[in-house]
Design a protein around this ligand. Structure first.
Ligand code: PLP
Length: 282
């Protein structure tokens, strides 16, 4: 396959990073994952704006404009003839002798992007997934889409060991988010998810769901809820770029209501698919 490295298209095997790249040594960088449907990026502008916001929050200067990045990523998708999949991209602070403080301004960020085939998770969308709850041990700047993912990695591993799809993290009494997803509960007609602050990543899928709720007169509150609220909810679902709107039918081995996919979740799934088709076609 062809990958993009520092603005050039090269074969996957030729893409190499230095052992003193700060992404490798410190996780000092930021990333994005963008869905590709029908060869077209979904919500690319929102992803690239979040990338730009993340880069500003940690002081990495990206020398490409959003339109330059869009053109490069579209070319990458075309070169790999990708229809349904994802595009992964990351910027690190660059290569420099190891030292915690930032290197001098002449050190340029390392930029890598590549595509991967990935079908829509149709079975999970239809039947739902199981999750466990775990303590949120991460730092307090989870709003930055940083390469430092150790807390998330450990949480996801615990889910895998429990035979579950995802871990739902809680900080003190509040549910924050999944290891790589945002978490939602539904009671009656009311939908609730953690507010966008420094304790969660403001998902692009989350933002689309909020827009769909507003456009369709669905009741929505952006406010943290407790583990008890999670356990007692009528419906629970998670959202992410790769998982879209995935129903959660069991938490800690206990079924959510009757363990069936809820009606509000199904309605949102339908609206979300309409949004994909609207932007990327059938
Ligand atoms: N929260 C975390 C910690 C994530 O890693 C992700 C995505 O992988 C999300 C939320 C969902 O974000 P998005 O909808 O932009 O994929």
């Amino acid at each position: 396959s062809t990958v993009l490295m520092n603005g050039e298209f090269i074969p996957r095997e030729e893409a190499k990073v230095d052992i003193e790249d700060r992404g490798y040594q410190f996780g000092d960088g930021i990333y994005e994952v963008i869905r590709v449907y029908n060869g077209k990026m979904f919500m690319a502008k929102e992803h690239l704006e979040r990338l730009s916001a993340s880069s500003e929050k940690i002081g990495i200067a990206i020398s490409y404009s959003i339109s330059e990045l869009t053109n490069l990523l579209e070319a990458l998708i075309a070169k790999n003839s990708l229809s349904t999949g994802i595009l992964y991209m990351q910027f690190t602070r660059g290569t420099s002798p190891r030292n915690h403080g930032f290197p001098t301004d002449d050190v340029t960020p390392t930029f890598v992007a590549y595509t991967k085939l990935l079908q829509r998770p149709l079975e999970n969308l239809e039947n739902g997934v199981s999750v466990i709850t775990v303590e949120d041990i991460r730092w307090s700047r989870c709003d930055i889409k940083s390469l430092n993912l150790l807390g998330n990695v450990i949480a996801k591993q615990k889910a895998a060991e429990a035979g579950c799809y995802e871990s739902i993290q809680y900080r003190e009494l509040s549910v924050t988010e999944g290891s790589s997803s945002n978490i939602w509960i539904v009671n009656g007609e009311k939908i609730q998810t953690h507010e966008a602050n420094q304790f969660i990543l403001n998902g692009i899928t989350r933002q689309k769901i909020i827009q769909l709720c507003n456009e369709n007169g669905m009741e929505l509150e952006e406010k943290a809820f407790s583990i008890e609220d999670l356990i007692d909810a009528d419906e629970v679902f998670l959202s992410s770029t790769t998982s879209e709107v995935t129903p959660i039918t069991s938490v800690n081995n206990v079924p959510v209501k009757e363990g069936k996919v809820g009606e509000v979740t199904k309605k949102l799934q339908g609206l979300f698919v309409d949004a994909i088709i609207g932007e990327c076609g059938q």
